[in-house]
Design a binder for this molecule. Sequence first.
Ligand code: IFM
Length: 439
Amino acid sequence: MGYRNLEFPDDFLWGSAASAHQTEGGNHNSWSEWEKIPGKIKDGSNADIACDHYNRYKDDFDLAKELGHQIHRFSIEWSRIEPNQGRWNDSELGHYESVIKTLLERNIKPMMTLHHFANPIWFRDMDAWLNPESPELFGKYARKAAEVFSKYNLIWNTINEPMVVATLGHLFGEFPPGYKDFNKTITATMNMLKAHGQAAMNIREVYDEKGLEQPLIAPVLSVSYFMPANADNKEDVELANYLDNLYNQEWIRGAVTGIIPDLDGNGERYTPLENSVDFIGLNYYSRQVVSSELDYLAGEMAPRNPNLERCEGLDWEVYPQGYYPIIKSYWDNYRKPIFLTENGIGTLDDMLKQRYIVSHLQQVYRAIEDKVDIRGYLVWSLTDNFEWTQGYSSHFGLVEIDYKTQERHSRNSAFMYRDIIRNNGLTEELQQRILSNWR
Ligand code: IFM
């Protein structure tokens, strides 16, 4: 196959993403408690130490700098900042100020997420996202964060992957709080939508009160490319469309339009959502093939295609072809700028990681050629880290971690990605070298 140079826009931002609980160590929250329950984490591990990033963030950001990164997405840990309801921990707020300053000193743009899966224990104990007060409580935390961090040049993410929190936590029972209940799933989904609105509204108020220029604010979505098992089967096609709407579109449509949907297809205006989405953060990893003969909502999945490579542990198929249409659908539906806030693969096969990144970037470029306003691309993840239910058995890092010594070692994929950043895109030579003889 012939390749051509794919040059990205001049102001395109390249970088990587991570989250507090997966990297920091030393957290006490809903996840650290969940990890203690036998059988919840595949390899029996926990995130007590993780990557010790809480103590090593300066070195980790030195590495990101050496690897050419221009943007870094991280999360702040709600349980550290508000360990008891309404009580703020100034020293932890100071820690995250130092995290932000460390990035800025290295000329790396901080993209800060307020909520990435983990909840404070007090919030868990009041049923978290099932509690009708949860949106206001999250909004208060966002306000506090804005009071402290608005002096820095930041991009804000409110909630990471609300549909993952809702479904894995309330429908499939794999994440805390471990329910398998459709109604609870809907309640959690809608409360997170309101919480996003409360957070965005409060952040904006603080910036206005301080006379500061408004920052960019967005939620971050986990998106999956739903495909019918049989494209000629009307029911399979309908199911794929139904799930695309339910999982990929409904929540963000609510955030953009300000209407909280209900199960009848009607909805109720929720004013805090107005003006809550400056861009859309998209996390894409794979596709999902769905068949009307299987009960998807009960967790029944179509068999994997044996010809496709997969992410270790999670078993996600490598399917770059799904990236372009999914990006395009968000642009066509909402006309909001897009940041590709996560993309990557857990694998010890570093050539596969390189192929994964390059083949997905080719799809990103197709969207850019179609005039989709894409602002940046962030690899998940800078380093290996604690991959939730998979523990340490899934290796997403550009940088490998030896967990016995905490030594970092950049993989070849990290250097390849550095070359892509230096070239601001994919050269013909790089595509040839990385993708030749694949498939
Ligand atoms: O590690 C996770 C991350 O926390 C959220 N998005 C998907 C990643 C890979 O599973």
